[in-house]
Design a binder for this molecule. Structure first.
Ligand code: SF4
Length: 481
C-alpha cells in the first residue's frame, strides 16, 4: 500500500485525487497546497458591467463593495470557482441576486466534461480537406472535417471517442487541443489529404502558411445574381469561378432577365441549371476554392454558331474578387489576356468590398446532463426539465449558451465571449468549463435546490469560498457581429 507523505494533502476536485505538497500545484495546474489548504490557483472571476466591453482585467477589491454597487452590476461567473466532484455536495457558489426586484439564484461551478468538443467554423474558400477527413494535431487524430457551410469550412473536434476511446497520447493531445482552442490560443491542425491550417478563435485562419483575408461574397451563381446589372454593357461575358457553383452570366437567369446575348462559351463541368456549373475543377487552394491557377482551363472551345466572335470580351473572377483576368477572343476564337479595362475595375473591387473578413469561430459544445446537476439540486432531472422549459438560464463564464432541444443539457457557447483562460483540464482526460445556472429563487426551491447553501453577492465577495477568496473583475463581452 502506498502511503501519503504526511506533508502532502489530497485534492478531491477530480477523480485523479492528487496528493499535493506544501507550496506545490496539482497535475492540472489549477489547485495548489497553500499553508496546508487546497486553494484554486486562479481568482474567482466577476463580470463587472461598469467595465467597458470585455476590457480590463483587474483584481476586484473588496473595498469596491461599498454599497453603491447593485446586484445587477456584478455577476459571479464559474471561472476560478472550483468544482464539487463527485457532486455529493452543493456547488462551490450558490449566489442570490436581486434583478429588477426579483430574487434570482445563480449556481456556479466549474464542470468536468468528458463529453465535450468544439465546432470550428473557418471562413475560407480554400479547400481544407474532404468531408469526413481526419483532422490531426501533433500527429494525433483529434476530429474530422464535417459539412461545409456557406463560405466556411467546418470541423468537429474532440468528443468522448477521441478523449477516452483511443490511445493515451490521442486523449492527451485532444484534451490539450480543445483547451487551447477554447482559451483562444492559435493551434496548428492538419487535415489528412488536405491542408495545414492555424486556427485561433476570432482571428483569420492561416491556410498552408497563407493568412486568409476574406470570405467569399457568395457562390459563383449568387455573385452573378448580385453583380450582373453592373457588368452589363461593359463586357460580353462574365464567369465567376467557384469550386461549388461556377456562374456564367450569359446563360444565368439573371443575365437572361437583363437580355444578355449568347456568347458561345462552353464550360467544362456538370451543368446544373442554366448558367450554373458544378465540379469545374478539383477542390484546392486556387481560384474560388478550386485547384486551378489558370481559369482558362475550365473553358471548352467557343462555338461560333452560338455567338462567339473575334473581339468578344470576357471577365473571369473568383468569388472573393482576389483573382480576376480579362480576355478578348482572337481570330481563332482563342481568349487572349488583356489588361483589365478601368470601367470594369469598380465591379471587381465591389466583389472584394462585399466580402466579410475571414475569421475562425470556435464554439465549445458539451453535455452538462451528468452528475454535476446534483450540485445544483437534489433531484437532477428537475434541473434538466427547468433548463428545457427555459426557466433556468445556462451561461458559460457569463456568455450566453444555446441549449439543444431534446434530452440532456447539451450546450454550445462562443469562446470569444468568455473571460480569458476560462477553460482548464484534468488528466483523466477531460475539459473543465465554467457553468452558471440562473433561476428565480422560488423556482430554485421548487426544483429541490440547495437553498440552505445560498449566499448573497456581498458575502461571496467578502469571504470567497472553500478554495480561496481572490477575485478578479472583467467586463462582459458583447457579440461584435
Ligand atoms: S488533477 Fe487537479 S483537480 Fe484533479 S485532483 Fe489533481 S489538482 Fe485536483
Amino acid at each position: 500500500m502506498t502511503r501519503a507523505r504526511p506533508e502532502k494533502i489530497r485534492c478531491d476536485a477530480c477523480p485523479v485525487m492528487c496528493y499535493i505538497a506544501e507550496g506545490k500545484i496539482g497535475a492540472c495546474d489549477r489547485y495548489a497546497n497553500q499553508g496546508g489548504k487546497i486553494i484554486r490557483c486562479d481568482p474567482l472571476t466577476v463580470l463587472d458591467r461598469r467595465i467597458a466591453d470585455g476590457g480590463e482585467i483587474r483584481p476586484f477589491l473588496k473595498s469596491e463593495w461599498d454599497g453603491t454597487l447593485s446586484d445587477d452590476d456584478l455577476f459571479v461567473t464559474a471561472v476560478g470557482s472550483g468544482t464539487t466532484y463527485p457532486d455529493y455536495k452543493p456547488a462551490p457558489f450558490i449566489v442570490s441576486r436581486e434583478v429588477d426586484g426579483v430574487d434570482f439564484v445563480t449556481v456556479v461551478t466549474e464542470a468536468i466534461f468528458s463529453y465535450c468538443g468544439v465546432k470550428v467554423k473557418i471562413d475560407t474558400d480554400r479547400h481544407l480537406g474532404h468531408e469526413g477527413a481526419v483532422v490531426r494535431c501533433q500527429g494525433e487524430a483529434v476530429g474530422l472535417m464535417i459539412t461545409s457551410e456557406y463560405g466556411s469550412q467546418m470541423m468537429s473536434l474532440g468528443g468522448v471517442d477521441h478523449l477516452t476511446g483511443g490511445s493515451k497520447p490521442e486523449g492527451r493531445v485532444t484534451c490539450d487541443t480543445l483547451m487551447r482552442l477554447c482559451n483562444r490560443e492559435a493551434v496548428e491542425l492538419t487535415v489528412d489529404g488536405g491542408a495545414t491550417v492555424v486556427v485561433q478563435a476570432g482571428q483569420p485562419p492561416i491556410v498552408d502558411g497563407q493568412r486568409e483575408e476574406r470570405m467569399r461574397v457568395g457562390c459563383g451563381s449568387a455573385t452573378i445574381g448580385m453583380f450582373a446589372s453592373q457588368w452589363q454593357g461593359l463586357v460580353d461575358e462574365v464567369v465567376v469561378v467557384d469550386d461549388h457553383i461556377t456562374g456564367v452570366v450569359s446563360e444565368h437567369q439573371a443575365g437572361k432577365v437583363l437580355g444578355w446575348p449568347d456568347t458561345g462559351i462552353r464550360i467544362k463541368g456538370r451543368r446544373s441549371t442554366p448558367g450554373r456549373y458544378f465540379q469545374v475543377a478539383a477542390p484546392g487552394l486556387g481560384w474560388g476554392g478550386t485547384d486551378i491557377q489558370d481559369p482558362l482551363t475550365i473553358l471548352g472551345p467557343w462555338l461560333e454558331k452560338k455567338g462567339a466572335r473575334p473581339g468578344l470580351t470576357l471577365l473571369m473572377v473568383s468569388t472573393t474578387g482576389e483573382q480576376y483576368a480579362y480576355y478578348e477572343l482572337d481570330d481563332d476564337l482563342e481568349p487572349q489576356e488583356k489588361p483589365l479595362p478601368s470601367a470594369l475595375r469598380p465591379s471587381v473591387d465591389l466583389i472584394a468590398e462585399n466580402c466579410e473578413p475571414a475569421l475562425c469561430t470556435v464554439l465549445f459544445m458539451g453535455g452538462a446532463g451528468g452528475s454535476l446537476r446534483s450540485g445544483v439540486t437534489r433531484n437532477p432531472v428537475r434541473l434538466t426539465q427547468s433548463v428545457q422549459a427555459l426557466k433556468t438560464t445556462v451561461t458559460c463564464g457569463g456568455a450566453p449558451t444555446y441549449v439543444w432541444p431534446g434530452g440532456g443539457i447539451t450546450l454550445m457557447a462562443d469562446v470569444t465571449r468568455m473571460p480569458d483562460n476560462s477553460f482548464g483540464y484534468v488528466p483523466t482526460p477531460a475539459i473543465v468549463a465554467p457553468l452558471e445556472f440562473t433561476v428565480p429563487r422560488a423556482d430554485y426551491r421548487a426544483l429541490g435546490g440547495h437553498d440552505e447553501a445560498v449566499r448573497d453577492v456581498a458575502d461571496v465577495l467578502e469571504h470567497g469560498g472553500e478554495y480561496g477568496a481572490d477575485l478578479r473583475a472583467v467586463g462582459p463581452v458583447e457579440r461584435k457581429r
